[in-house]
Write a protein that binds this ligand. Sequence first.
Ligand SMILES: C[S@@+](CC[C@H](N)C(=O)[O-])C[C@H]1O[C@@H](n2cnc3c(N)ncnc32)[C@H](O)[C@@H]1O
Length: 268
Amino acid sequence: MSQPDASEDMRNYYDRVMDGWLPRQEQAHPYAENASWQRNYAALKEWVATNKLQGGRVLEVGCGTGLLQDLVANYVGVDLAASSAAFMRKPFGVCSATALPFPDSSFDGAFSVWVLEHIERPEAMLAELRRVIRPGGSLFLVAAYAVAPWVAQGLHLRPSHELNLRQRLIKRTIPLRASTPYKIVTTLARRSAYLLGALGGRPTRLHYGRLTPNFATYWDYDADACVSLDAYSVALYFLSRGDKPLYPTGLLRGMLLRSRPQIYQITQ
Ligand SMILES: C[S@@+](CC[C@H](N)C(=O)[O-])C[C@H]1O[C@@H](n2cnc3c(N)ncnc32)[C@H](O)[C@@H]1O
């Protein structure tokens, strides 16, 4: 059976979210207070400096409210949601991350922040990013990894009396499944299997679980995510295609990867 395509729902959802932001654009964006956002922003500025991208042509995929459009002078942003246009002062296009309307090798660099987890076919987005970056150009990628399947329905936050029987049973498993020892054991087991798959030397497949996004109620961060990705599987996707990591990682060290930005020099 084919998977339902949520991208139309995703587009409508983000159009609504950004339309809601429009009258408030002069106010401080909520991300301004967000520590992860601040870390990403600092890492992005460092990426631009160390890869000499100030004078380069740089693409942002999933630019949202355009918070990062002044990162470099020669910036191009794209987003699935047309309502993003109202925030953009730089060149902007509406498209899906999985079908970028640019020729091969069009950019010296590309970046994307907290978008990959919203893409139904994230491997298609990664392939498109590699295609539009010129050989030797670089990619900066931040995503939300390992989004838990109960987040969309807010089962970790809502009181049991609001939930149906199935949801209550899932809620009872959360303390175990969200515990650090459980996460360490299951992550290492999963990543060991990915590592074995990568040892053959062929390009690896991107591993992820499908989620049902909640476009009605935003219970918590990533309630609108489509997929639960593993950071190590993303790293293997690039490493196994010969891309050079521009941060400390490798087949074994990558096993400990969490949510830090992944940065690669693209080889083809
Ligand atoms: C969580 S927001 C992040 C926005 C922005 N990157 C930021 O950090 O401020 C996710 C963004 O991805 C966009 N998006 C979702 N699916 C997309 C797709 N298939 N192609 C391109 N953009 C998409 C949404 O419209 C939204 O702007």
